[in-house]
Design a protein around this ligand. Structure first.
Ligand SMILES: Nc1nc2c(ncn2[C@@H]2O[C@H](COP(=O)(O)OP(=O)(O)OP(=O)(O)O)[C@@H](O)[C@H]2O)c(=O)[nH]1
Ligand SMILES: [Mg+2]
Length: 194
């Protein structure tokens, strides 16, 4: 898939604000700070389209972006951020699970895993959750530029050992663009257009 246009569409804080399920959605999920917003910017080639930060918990709303006038990329708040208060955590947990459970227009979920920490319990829980709800998902190993060849190999093996239902695993670096063409070409299959 080639991205010709990428524009911000809307942010929502509550399921009642969800847009109509007209466009197929590619949804970015993962721990806080794993690189979801950076991946979105890297794929679209639009710097600053999604707000990124070295402070975890930057994305607190569900943000929709319209791609090529016919697809939505959806940037979800990250999970596993300890410093968020109990009430707020519960709110985001509910929003996230309501979205993944009920949204019919989700064509593909991208589960991002920090390649330096491939065996986090919260990521395994998210995989089990996606499996349970029979969501089609692929795994992105982020921050690939920070790994040695040996670490890359070990991380990949670790993720492969517990992600039997993932459709694919792509090593990605939002800094170098590694993995970008591979991932974009995979999208075509799930959204049914070139
Ligand atoms: N080295 C390296 N750093 C990255 C990469 N992608 C993201 N980062 C850094 O990781 C930090 C978090 O990136 P974000 O894209 O904001 O992460 P996020 O998953 O959207 O975080 P939340 O919105 O808090 O859930 C930033 O400091 C980024 O510069 C990458 O491919 N390589
Ligand atoms: Mg973010």
């Amino acid at each position: 898939m080639k991205i010709n246009s990428a524009v911000f569409y809307k942010s929502i804080a509550d399921p009642s604000g969800l847009p109509e399920e007209t466009f197929p959605e590619i949804v970015f999920v993962g721990r806080s700070n794993v690189g979801k917003s950076s991946l979105l910017n890297s794929l679209t080639g639009v710097k600053g389209l999604a707000k990124t930060s070295s402070t975890p918990g930057k994305t607190r709303l569900i943000n929709f972006f319209t791609i090529n006038d016919r697809i939505h990329f959806v940037d979800l708040p990250g999970y596993g951020y300890a410093a968020v208060g109990h009430e707020e955590k519960a709110h985001w947990g509910k929003l996230l699970s309501a979205y993944i459970e009920r949204r019919r227009s989700v064509a593909l979920v991208l589960l991002l895993i920090d390649a330096r920490h491939p065996s986090m319990p919260s990521d395994r829980e998210m995989m089990a959750f996606l499996d349970y709800h029979q969501r089609t998902y692929g795994i992105i190993m982020t921050k690939d530029d920070k790994l040695s060849q040996k670490e890359r190999h070990l991380a990949r093996r670790a993720v492969e050992s517990f992600s039997a239902k993932a459709e694919f695993i792509v090593n990605y670096s939002s800094f170098s663009g590694k993995g970008k063409n591979e991932l974009l070409s995979r999208f075509e299959h799930y959204i049914g257009i070139k």
